[in-house]
Design a binder for this molecule. Structure first.
Ligand SMILES: Nc1ncnc2c1ncn2[C@@H]1O[C@H](COP(=O)(O)OP(=O)(O)O)[C@@H](O)[C@H]1O
Ligand SMILES: [Mg+2]
Length: 291
């Protein structure tokens, strides 16, 4: 078999993980936060990971992206491939976590992902440099990416530090930096939770149009069920670190879904609920769905 055979066979696969589990190291020993998660995504496919706060969404994302250091967490899995190639996803032993190749991540707060002491030009240089872009071409490509995310006057922006940008511009720069590595997978952790609905949908449209252009698979972590239904092909529902459902987004309302998933959908407030004194809560809905 030729050395190339394997990646080519899986040319369409962006990511595959099987029996993926994460446990935090605490003073009480290992505490599981995510167990037995398996899924695979093709290029350009979109998965929503939904679940209430504390269900393990961020833990899953950070572990897949390679951002959980070994001293914090233990990562176990049966299979882990990105762009068809095996990736070592066991937690990194280096002091500064090293992002897994082919996986990019964006956060709700752009300040967490941008280096506060480096200029925007410097941050592009390090990502594009790693991708192998020639030094002579880095500036032009940085400008192109800044334009792509709709920021005017890119030459000026390159000279600035993150704190000199408005919140909205910072978020766009973060998206450009995440996408310019041409990742196989982009993980967006609650990317729009802090934004109003109009800006939030505009940012999602931007992220997804870049993802379509590059063939990047997108994992959107959100507790916004409506956003998940509008923008994704499949949904993975987590509760207590365990998968409750993995289904096509269209079929999430089907009666076959787990009681937890039905309860989660049930407590999304609707416009017609405006005159209700009490909105449904997750606990009540679970009780009702299970009975
Ligand atoms: N560094 C950590 N050490 C120990 N436990 C943690 C750590 N980070 C998160 N957890 C716990 O892991 C569980 C999942 O958290 P998280 O992944 O942040 O959930 P979500 O993103 O769905 O709100 C929670 O019980 C949380 O308290
Ligand atoms: Mg979270």
């Amino acid at each position: 078999m030729s050395r190339l055979a394997k990646p080519l066979e899986r040319a369409d696969e962006a990511i595959a993980v099987e029996r993926f589990a994460v446990a935090y190291r605490t003073e009480f020993g290992l505490v599981p936060a995510v167990s037995n998660v398996s899924f695979a995504l093709k290029r350009s496919e979109r998965l929503a990971v939904v679940g209430e706060s504390g269900s393990g969404k961020t833990t899953l994302a950070m572990a897949i992206a390679g951002l959980l250091p070994h001293e914090t967490a233990q990562v176990d899995y049966g299979v882990a491939r990105v762009a068809g190639r095996p990736v070592d996803m066991s937690a990194s032993r280096s002091v500064i976590p090293v992002r897994h190749e082919g996986v990019s991540m964006i956060f709700q707060d752009a300040m967490t992902s941008l280096d506060p002491v480096a200029t925007i030009a410097h941050q592009f240089r390090s990502v594009l440099g790693k991708r192998g872009v020639r030094r002579s071409e880095i500036r032009a490509e940085s400008i192109e990416w800044i334009e792509k995310v709709g920021i005017p006057n890119p030459e000026r922006v390159l000279k600035l530090h993150p704190y000199e940008l408005s919140g909205g511009m910072r978020q766009r720069v973060m998206i450009a930096l995440a996408m310019c590595s041409k990742p196989a997978v982009l993980i967006a952790d609650e990317p729009t939770s802090a934004l109003d609905i109009v800006v939030s949908r505009r940012i999602m449209d931007l992220v997804l149009s870049l993802a379509v252009e590059l063939g990047t698979a997108v994992i959107v972590i959100t507790h916004d069920i409506d956003l998940a239904r509008k923008y994704t092909d499949r949904m993975l529902v987590l509760y207590n670190g365990e998968v409750q459902d993995l289904c096509s987004t269209d079929s999430v309302t089907s009666a076959e879904r787990s009681p937890y998933t039905r309860a989660l959908l049930d407590c999304v407030p609707r416009l017609q609920d405006y005159d209700k004194e009490f909105l449904p809560t997750l606990a009540r809905s679970i009780e009702r769905a299970a009975s």
